[in-house]
Design a protein around this ligand. Sequence first.
Ligand code: FEO
Length: 393
Amino acid sequence: MRAFEIKKDVYWVGAVDWDIRDFHGYKTPRGTTYNSYLICDEKTVLVDTVKSCKYEEMLKRIKTVIDPSEIDILIVNHVEMDHSGSLPLIAEECPKAEIITSPNGLKGLEAHYDLKNEIKTVKTGDRVKIGINEVNFVLIPMVHWPDSMVSYLPARKLLLSNDAFGQHIATSRVLSDDHSLGILFEEAAKYYANIVLPYSSQVRKAMEVVKGLDIDMIAPSHGVVWQEGLDEILRLYDGWSSGKTEKEALIVYDTMWGTTARMAGEIGEVFEKKGFSISRADLKNTHISDVMLKALTAEYIAVGSPTLNREVMPTVSAFLSYMRGLRPINKKTLPFGSYGWSGESVGLIEETFKKCGTEMLKKKRVRYRLSEEKARELKEQLSEEIDQLEKAE
Ligand code: FEO
């Protein structure tokens, strides 16, 4: 176990979770890290902690730099337990350390723990001098909890951004410079799509503040520290939070006897002919958190299901519920599916899209079997409707 100096006298002392594959429903095939940072100045400051089960790992890393009893300040940027879980344990090592958090952070800490340390709250613009360094605080409520805030060290041009700009990647190489940037951007996009997306309007406000800071490094609470690729991740966050889409169509479905899958194929052909790049996801084989990665920048999202017991298929129901909660912005949608007799599924998908407030193409339903004639009709109608929608813009 070692600490890694990311900037002069600022150390990564976090923990690597190599084996986690499910982060409350979000599939994490590359694992993750919980990042904690130690600032050694006239005062010693620990910014965020790690999941409680990883406490010993964080403690060992801290001990390679200082004796934990020397910690003067514990900053809590966010109370969610992957970052505050080890706070009560480390606080016992430094009972005189002051805890600093946001006003909502205080409420969260009181609800979760019986801490004995003194707790001070800060608001945006507050600063704490710790020696050569001064820690500035910016509250970013709902990015992604009410308590969320970031800490900024102007003398080091370093933003400790907590969950913002995170990626779920387990690695012992702390800096982005030592990674393939393509993988980092993809994991950052998946993280945004599955965690940050519903709070995009709050991200916009936070981005305005971040743009005003002089920074050359962003150290989030998951994954790698951005140094290489910093400008690009800021540009990507700008696009994701403003609902910028690419010429992409995502077709998501489940199927019972193959008709809805064949409809997905025909729909894909129509979009492809119009120059869209296509993603297809059969929900039996693709996890909803991976589908959301594709949904993030797709201009069109088509969702299909046959009718099963007057409902959509359970996989489609789970996806619709998940997507509705994540509130993707600036999407055009298409409900489709097959049926035998009652045929409620496509109407139910349509209702969900209405609740999401998306622009919608006319729903497409096929009874039993997609004959060549029905496939031709479907493609002709859809092609015309897409043209009309595109022209109307
Ligand atoms: Fe990584 Fe919101 O906790």
